[in-house]
Design a protein around this ligand. Structure first.
Ligand code: HEC
Length: 139
């Protein structure tokens, strides 16, 4: 009995230190690496006017294609987020919201690393609807 107890205690300490280490690693990866966007995209006008209809269309697509990683409210906390190496970003904060619509469109269209590219999977109009919807995540 006594031996079993101390064995369990040792296992517990191991598990806890492992958890601590992985939390730290996660904390470091909360930063987003700079992602330069060519000027022609950065300054591109959004051809889809912001409207309730556009937000609605964007929400349906976002929920289907993006929420699993980016989370329901864009905080980067979707069900798949824990399995990602890179932090998907916080769409509610300044870093994201201060970018132009064109930058959001470019990143959605071409992707990078674990961020899939949606060129050929979604129409440009669909992507602009999603870009419009992601503005509603602003805090
Ligand atoms: C498999 C997980 C995954 C899915 C699905 C996904 N993303 Fe991402 N996304 C990421 C990751 C990871 C990053 C960070 C990539 C990097 O910085 O290299 C990212 C980054 C982004 C960025 C740049 C954020 C910033 O801070 O500049 C935008 C915009 C974006 N995603 C939009 C979308 C949209 C729109 C969809 C759905 C159509 C989508 N993503 C689906 C994982 C995902």
């Amino acid at each position: 009995m006594g031996k079993n107890r101390s064995f369990s205690a040792i296992v517990l300490v191991f598990v806890m230190s492992f958890l601590l280490v992985s939390f730290n690693v996660n904390a470091q990866e909360r930063e987003v690496k700079p992602w330069p966007v060519p000027d022609e995209f950065k300054n591109m006008a959004n051809p889809v006017a912001k409207s309730e209809a556009s937000n609605k269309a964007g929400m349906v697509l976002y929920t289907k294609y993006c929420g699993s990683c980016h989370g329901k409210t864009g905080l980067g906390d979707g069900v798949k987020a824990r399995a990602l190496k890179d932090f998907a970003g916080d769409f509610s904060g300044g870093y994201y919201q201060n970018q132009t619509d064109g930058e959001h469109f470019y990143k959605t269209r071409f992707g990078r690393g674990e961020m899939p590219k949606y060129e050929g999977k979604l129409s440009d109009e669909d992507m602009w609807n999603i870009v419009n919807y992601m503005r509603t995540f602003k805090k």
